[in-house]
Design a binder for this molecule. Structure first.
Ligand code: SF4
Length: 269
């Protein structure tokens, strides 16, 4: 089955392709829903995912101007209450100097296709530069070396440089005026900050264009040789890669699980 044209790539679909071309095919070309659980214990992970989505909505409402006291009433579980208190203690955005753009979507042409991303928050001004924030509810704090290689880090900064001119008095935002911050709700004092520069930007965009071209020309999408990926993949019984879901009993597997779960809402892009 060919790739639908024009195809809209996202960081999640590109990451899926990097992790397993077969998963990319099943999820974004064949759009196959497969009802396998991604990990054990199921209920706990489902709850964690729902709380993560609710947490993002709380922040969005607050950033859109709803008073913190009102939003606080919606933080109605132990996790949500803790994350929300951590957020309020960590951020005090100065709305006088910097504009806030919560839940902003940007897109740009990419080698005959499109690239789209939805940002938790972009804040800044032409005078002060721009910061991308991404809220994470991971149970473990990932290493910066891991995060910097993720497609999300590369896509979000490169796309803001190409599609953010309307935030910057009509001029493209130069890479050195972009920073990305992952803020971890359970590790509020350990954010991961990634500045940007023109050489990183060129490397990222060249690589994204090359990947998009390769995927659109690709005739087959083989399964990954790295079978570790399959333990947390919803398609594992479809691919005959086992029927039992992976557990979250090591740091690495918990992180894999968190990342797998957080990509689900982006599938609709
Ligand atoms: S089960 Fe494994 S081979 Fe199949 S799509 Fe998932 S990661 Fe790829």
């Amino acid at each position: 089955m060919p790739l639908p044209v024009p195809f809209t790539f996202s960081q999640a679909s590109l990451q899926d392709h990097q992790d397993c071309p077969r998963r990319f095919q099943l999820r974004y070309i064949e759009r196959l829903s497969y009802p396998a659980i991604e990990s054990e214990p199921t209920l706990e992970n489902e709850r964690h995912q729902q709380e993560g989505e609710t947490f993002h909505r709380l922040i969005q409402q607050y950033l859109l101007g709803i008073p913190a006291e009102k939003v606080s009433k919606l933080a109605n579980s132990t996790n949500l209450e803790r994350w929300w208190m951590n957020f309020l203690a960590s951020f005090n955005f100065d709305r006088q100097t910097d504009l806030l753009y919560p839940e902003m979507t940007l897109s740009a042409p990419l080698a005959g296709s499109r690239l789209m991303a939805k940002y938790d928050l972009v804040t800044g001004s032409p005078e002060n530069g721009f910061t991308i924030y991404d809220w994470k509810t991971y149970r473990k704090r990932p290493r910066n070396e891991f995060l910097v290689t993720r497609l999300q880090t590369r896509v979000y900064r490169a796309l803001l440089a190409r599609a953010g001119a309307h935030l910057n008095s009509g001029q493209p935002i130069t890479p050195e005026r972009i920073e990305m911050i992952y803020w971890f709700a359970d590790f509020p004092n350990e954010p991961a900050r990634f500045r940007y520069d023109p050489s990183q930007d060129k490397r990222d965009w060249d690589s994204l264009e090359k990947t998009a071209k390769e995927i659109t020309a690709q005739a087959s999408f083989p399964p990954t040789d790295e079978t570790r990926q399959c333990a947390y993949c919803t398609y594992r019984s479809y691919c005959d890669r086992g029927i039992r879901a992976g557990g979250g009993d090591t740091i690495e597997s918990e992180l894999t699980l968190d990342i797998t779960l957080e990509q689900v809402p982006e599938i609709e892009l």
